[in-house]
Design a protein around this ligand. Structure first.
Ligand code: FAD
Ligand code: DHB
Length: 394
């Protein structure tokens, strides 16, 4: 069966869904194909911190209502090292900005509901997705749905299919330049049915390794521990996890870790990765399909939304004024932000994790934390990146 649309989108993660939603508001048609089921997409536990600009975009585009009701506005974070807490007050350091703690899978749920309510087309559970004729003026997405072969002919294809998707590998060898850094550690993450131990996020550097106290709601905590990339989750029964978290987050101010039943656990590898350019012919890559950041700066989801914002503006100019100049500059515009976010995520990661680089490195990272928490200039730099860098006018 053949279909025709303006923008064909591969992947119903935050990037693909947000793009389809923004295009709809601009009067541009799109169809999404997703190889997982709706329920799977709506329950996949991942990120949880939205930059001020991401949260604002959800509200301005009419999909922020539940987030405004259930999300938690945070005005800062704690950095904990040598057993002491240091608070960074974001509004004070950034001229009033803050962050929103709201689960990625809730953003996905809200966007799917909005797309379907507005008559949007999403094919879930598809198989054998392939993109073809990407250098022609009529690129195609082919796939199997409910046992039937289907094809969507489009003007442009948005590759929003994440790091393991098929869009990036469809670009011929030699076109993309790959930049990559693999870290010698990973994160063991848990979701626990217990109230957060602190009203804000706590990033801890400890000689046993990094840990992070985050949350999802007033009665759900999300916690992470630095671990080995080859760590077997089976070797981490709940009491070992709590014990390790207790040791690493110990503080000298009488603070205590709240413990409770663990409902989910997993190990996530950490890498910095990006390709240049983020486009080939009429295939445009956005989000994790084009770049991965280590999670320490909480940037992955936000960066995906930043790409989408640029692409939506670029195709709007194309359809309304016949202009392709912004599409031609898509990659260059996105990459300026991507590299800055790569830098920030790499920097937060290096500063906060224990590595085998030796005692000199260890002391330099502690000095860096000391500097960041004692100099207004240095705390401002962290804060303005954490709440989200401003968008350059395009
Ligand atoms: P994705 O969310 O990956 O969406 C891609 C979509 O494409 C998926 O729905 C996928 O099923 C679909 N797809 C894949 N292949 C195909 C195909 N062939 N055909 C059709 N559809 C396809 N970031 C943080 O900031 N903090 C965190 O704590 C954090 N934790 C993470 C934990 C894990 C396990 C992972 C993998 C990522 C985490 N991230 C985190 C990163 C953040 O979740 C991503 O940056 C964000 O999901 C990017 O959105 P996206 O839409 O680009 O990609
Ligand atoms: C969360 C994840 C992050 O990577 C981070 O830096 C802060 C919070 C979270 O999942 O809550």
């Amino acid at each position: 069966m053949h279909m025709r649309t303006q923008i064909g989108i591969v992947g119903a993660g935050p990037a693909g869904l947000m793009l389809s939603h923004l295009l709809h508001l601009q009067g541009i048609e799109s169809i999404i194909v997703e190889n997982r089921g709706r329920e799977y997409c709506e329950n996949r536990v991942r990120a949880g911190v939205l930059e001020q600009g991401t949260a604002d975009l959800l509200v301005e585009s009419g999909v922020g209502e539940r987030m405004q009701r259930e999300g938690l506005i945070h005005h800062g974070i704690y950095l904990r090292f040598r057993g002491r807490d240091h608070h960074l007050n974001f509004p004070e350091l950034t001229g009033g900005k803050s962050i929103m703690v709201y689960s990625q899978h809730d953003v996905v749920k809200d966007l799917i509901a909005a797309r379907l309510k507005d008559g949007g087309q999403i094919f879930f559970d598809v198989k054998d997705v392939a993109v073809q004729d990407i250098t022609s003026s009529a690129p195609r997405i082919r796939f199997q749905s409910a046992g039937e072969s289907r094809e969507i002919v489009c003007d442009y294809i948005a590759g929003c299919d994440g790091f393991h998707g098929i869009c990036r590998p469809s670009i011929p060898a030699g076109v993309l330049r790959v930049f990559e850094k693999i870290y010698p550690f990973a994160w063991l993450g848990i979701l626990a049915q217990v109230a957060p131990s602190c009203e804000e996020l706590v990033y801890t550097r400890h000689e046993r390794g990094f840990s992070l106290l985050s949350m999802r709601s007033p009665d759900t905590s999300r916690l992470y521990l630095q671990c080995d990339p080859s760590e077997d989750i089976e070797e981490w029964p709940d009491d070992r996890i709590w014990n390790e978290l207790r040791l690493r987050t110990a503080a000298d101010n009488g603070w205590a870790l709240k413990e409770g039943p663990i409902s989910q656990k997993g190990v996530t590898a950490m890498r910095s990765f990006l390709v240049e350019p983020m486009q080939y012919g009429r295939l445009f890559l956005m989000g994790d399909a084009a770049h991965i950041v280590p999670p320490t700066g909480a940037k992955g989801l936000n960066l995906a939304v930043a790409d989408v914002r640029i692409f939506a503006q670029a195709v709007d100019l194309f359809y309304k004024q016949g202009r392709t100049d912004l599409l031609e500059r898509y990659s260059e515009i996105c990459l300026r932000r991507v590299w800055k976010v790569q830098r920030f995520s790499w920097w937060m990661t290096s500063m906060l994790h224990r590595s085998d680089e030796g005692e000199f490195s260890e002391r330099v990272h502690l000095a860096e934390l000391d500097y960041v928490t004692s100099s207004r200039a240095a705390s401002t730099s962290l804060a303005e990146n954490y709440v989200g860098l401003p968008f350059d006018p395009v």
